[in-house]
Design a binder for this molecule. Structure first.
Ligand code: DP6
Length: 425
């Protein structure tokens, strides 16, 4: 938390309080797809996700509050460009609901808050993502989670179920980014959505060996937004309602049990099956939605080849509403799997390309031979020559722009203020 001042046009100074926070992204292993209430953002099924480490991908948000900024009203700059808050319904709802929670908080909580009168102040917010430029990864989850978390800290609120329900109204998947480790979002049953909230299943310390390889195949913005894709799927896909009613409830239980038992084989199989079923519902939508591309499908085949080559499941792919794979893998196998995948899918078509993060940093493999040599140099155990050969055979199935090697991480954090006085613009 920091305190500073702003100067009005007549030269007088006024107090400003602020806080800077960081927030992670998350990748679901039982996917959220479909809303039963669009205005409250209530899902047709529960979902569960792994929170990724913030050292590789995060949103940084500074929220400031003052009764005396140069203009009235809440304002927000995203990656340096101002958004029109008043015309963005989700932002309006987030500010309105956080003010309501602050007003309704017990006196003891309000006494701790840095903002005494939430209706007298405007919030001016600066938010940016530190995703590697090439990543093309979704940022609404970390973005809304960070805004809600920073507002809650300024208002003296803990990360209560009510606070997660506000993040859910910003973007559904954002409620899961309010916690680290393994996080569930229960769909809830009530019409007002008060029981559609997120909670932590296990902290990151529970399974620190869990790592993720993000295979960036495209940096293009998705052609069908999640919100509109979900609407069409709910209206047209019989498979989607079958999935929500008959598949997800049991899968949620099995998935949480597998994660708690650190049973990678079950976790991995369920993850791959759930991704495949989500994309099958997209194909069953009319007109169909295609998020995966040829490279995505080739990566799916490569992962199955690797698992077959090992004689057990060592890697699990999952795809959100885009062509980039996230591959969950345990630490003991991550470098081997990375090297094998790079044999089939050389990374790098520009200076900024290659592998970032993790121990695999610096791998930029431009040829099959180079890739295979790296494997030999690394003395990769368990990798049979036939498997390397198979990978070489599917080489050039497609190039990757970048691979991000990351791991399971913690929830949002308060950090020291590090921004300039943007509210003086
Ligand atoms: C495929 O949370 O982005 O990533 O609630 O409309 O903002 P809105 O959708 P969003 O959808 C995420 C869909 C998904 C699956 C998931 O994260 O569970």
């Amino acid at each position: 938390m920091f305190t500073t001042t702003t100067t009005s046009s007549d030269g007088t100074t006024h107090p400003v309080v602020g806080v800077t926070c960081t927030s992670p992204t998350n990748i679901a292993v039982v996917k959220y797809w479909g809303k039963r209430d669009i205005s409250l953002n209530l899902p047709i099924n529960s979902s569960v996700s792994v929170t990724l480490d913030q050292s590789d991908l995060r949103t940084i948000t500074t929220v400031t509050a003052s009764p005396s900024f140069k203009s009235k009203g809440d304002r927000l700059w995203l990656n340096g460009t101002e958004e029109d808050v008043a015309s963005n319904r989700r932002l309006v709802v987030v500010f309105r609901e956080m003010r309501r929670l602050a007003r309704e908080a017990p006196d003891s909580v309000r006494a701790q808050a840095s903002v005494a009168d939430v209706d007298a102040v405007s919030f001016w917010v600066q938010s940016r993502n530190t995703f590697p430029t090439a990543a093309g990864l979704a940022s609404s989850a970390s973005g809304y989670a960070c805004l809600v978390f920073a507002l809650s800290r300024l208002l003296g609120l803990e990360t209560t179920p009510e606070v997660t329900a506000v993040a859910r109204q910003g973007s559904g998947s954002a409620c899961r980014s309010l916690f680290g480790g393994f996080v569930r979002w229960r769909m809830g049953e009530k019409e007002d959505g008060t029981d559609s909230v997120a909670s932590q299943v296990a902290p990151k310390e529970h399974w620190p060996e869990m790592e993720a390889l993000i295979m960036v195949a495209s940096r293009a913005k998705k052609h069908t937004s999640s919100t509109s894709g979900m609407m069409t799927s709910v209206q047209t896909s019989a498979l989607l309602s079958h999935r929500a009613k008959n598949v997800v409830p049991e899968r949620m239980e099995k998935m949480e049990a597998a994660y708690l038992a650190k049973d990678f084989t079950t976790f991995a199989e369920l993850t791959m099956r759930d991704s495949n079923q989500f994309h099958a519902t997209c194909l069953d939508t009319f007109p169909p939605i295609f998020y995966m591309n040829d490279v995505s499908r080739a990566v799916v085949n490569a992962v199955h080849m690797i698992n077959k080559g090992y004689g057990k499941i060592v890697a699990a792919y999952t795809y959100d509403a885009g062509p980039n794979a996230v591959i969950y893998v345990l630490k003991e196998h991550s470098l081997n799997v990375l090297a094998l995948l790079l044999t089939a899918f050389p990374a790098g078509d520009s200076q900024s390309a290659g592998v970032v993060g993790g121990e695999g940093s610096g791998y930029v493999l431009s040829s099959q031979l180079e890739a295979t040599m790296k494997l030999v140099d690394a003395g990769v155990p368990n990798v049979k020559p036939e498997l390397v050969q198979q990978m070489c055979n599917i080489a050039e199935a497609g190039r990757l722009i970048q691979v991000i090697h990351t791991r399971v991480g913690p929830g949002p954090q308060v950090v020291d203020a590090e921004t300039g006085a943007f509210w003086e613009e």
